[in-house]
Write a protein that binds this ligand. Structure first.
Ligand SMILES: NC(=O)c1ccc[n+]([C@@H]2O[C@H](COP(=O)([O-])OP(=O)(O)OC[C@H]3O[C@@H](n4cnc5c(N)ncnc54)[C@H](OP(=O)(O)O)[C@@H]3O)[C@@H](O)[C@H]2O)c1
Length: 294
């Protein structure tokens, strides 16, 4: 089937590479066309606008940074060109934003399946993403062969919004677990305890989460370069989670301090680093790297 893929950033680029390697014909558009280069070498076809990409396809995959950008590209830059198309929206956007988008696309005679993912570039390249879809079940079933090229066990969570609510619930855990681990690690190091001795006890306990060992080398070395998932996106997702929790009337104020901590990275180079760079923010000087974003 012909597919348009819009947004070849960190995740979208890896998804495009995987789909090309699985033999799909991909019409690609990215705001910065230089990011298409490695994908064209794999057989991807460059489009000069999102509309041109979509005109060649029946499925339209979006992997854009947030809800506002996704909406702007789909509705303002493509608009009526989406008539009869099926949109597979993979980026992490708000559940309410997704419901609004579904309504606007329906008015353009297009259908929306949200399919946010857990996992990052390595999992996208290997086809091992965890996919949590929301939207019409028949659309999910139609998309299944495509989704199975990205992850072994795509799941249908329910109506539109439910896939994103699931995704945001998981990303709240990424933020909270990383924050909790970072603070504890600082404290044991500040006390002069060998981090390995601390880890040995943690690993043997019910408190252990594999993400701790995954991020430990970065936290110990302070090298947060070459991100797969930058800090700015984690802050976006935590804010979206809070919106959802507050809409459900939950008492989520325990997360407010973490949001404030992450907001200190905004406008600083640290925002572009791996999300575990929040360890710099929890440190005793607590100052983000003040180099401005390019
Ligand atoms: N990275 C991960 O591991 C991961 C995992 C799960 C979910 N996600 C979610 O997937 C989405 C994409 O993440 P990512 O890591 O790939 O982010 P990214 O590398 O920052 O890529 C963002 C994409 O959005 C495009 N974009 C941004 N602003 C735009 C605008 N005004 N007009 C047109 N295009 C615009 C970028 O184009 P340019 O290249 O031209 O800037 C790029 O294609 C996010 O919602 C993220 O939360 C990411």
């Amino acid at each position: 089937m012909a597919i348009a893929l819009i947004g070849t950033g960190l995740l979208g680029g890896a998804i495009a590479q995987r789909l090309l390697q699985q033999g799909h014909a991909l019409h690609l558009w990215n705001r910065d066309p230089s990011k298409l280069k490695p994908l064209l070498a794999l057989g991807g076809i460059a489009a000069s606008s999102p509309l041109e990409a979509v005109n060649q396809a029946n499925w339209v995959i979006t992997v854009l940074s947030d809800g506002a950008v996704t909406r702007q590209v789909l509705l303002d830059q493509i608009g009526a060109g989406l008539r009869g198309k099926r949109v597979l929206q993979i980026g992490t956007i708000g559940a309410e934003q997704s419901r609004c988008l579904a309504g606007d696309l329906a008015r353009l005679a297009a259908e929306l399946l949200e399919a946010p993912v857990l996992g990052s570039r390595p999992e996208a390249l290997a086809g091992t993403l965890q996919i949590m879809a929301g939207g019409p079940k028949n659309l999910f079933q139609e998309a299944l062969p495509l989704l199975q090229d990205l992850g072994p066990d795509p799941r249908w969570m329910g109506e539109i919004g439910s896939g994103l609510e699931t995704k945001l619930a998981l990303n709240q855990l990424i933020a909270s677990l990383t924050h909790a681990f970072s603070l504890s690690l600082h404290v044991v190091q500040g006390a002069g305890v060998d981090p390995e001795a601390f880890m040995a006890i943690l690993r043997g306990s019910a408190l252990y989460a594999p993400t701790f060992d995954k991020k430990l080398p970065k936290l110990l070395s302070g090298d947060f370069s070459n991100p797969n998932f930058p800090l700015a996106h984690l802050r976006k997702d935590l804010l979206l989670f809070l919106e959802t929790a507050q809409a459900q009337g939950l008492h989520s104020e325990g997360l407010t301090g973490l949001v404030h901590l992450l907001e200190r990275a905004q406008g600083n180079a640290i925002d572009l680093l791996d999300y575990s760079a929040l360890h710099q923010l929890t440190g005793s000087d607590g100052r983000p790297n003040q180099v401005p974003n390019p």
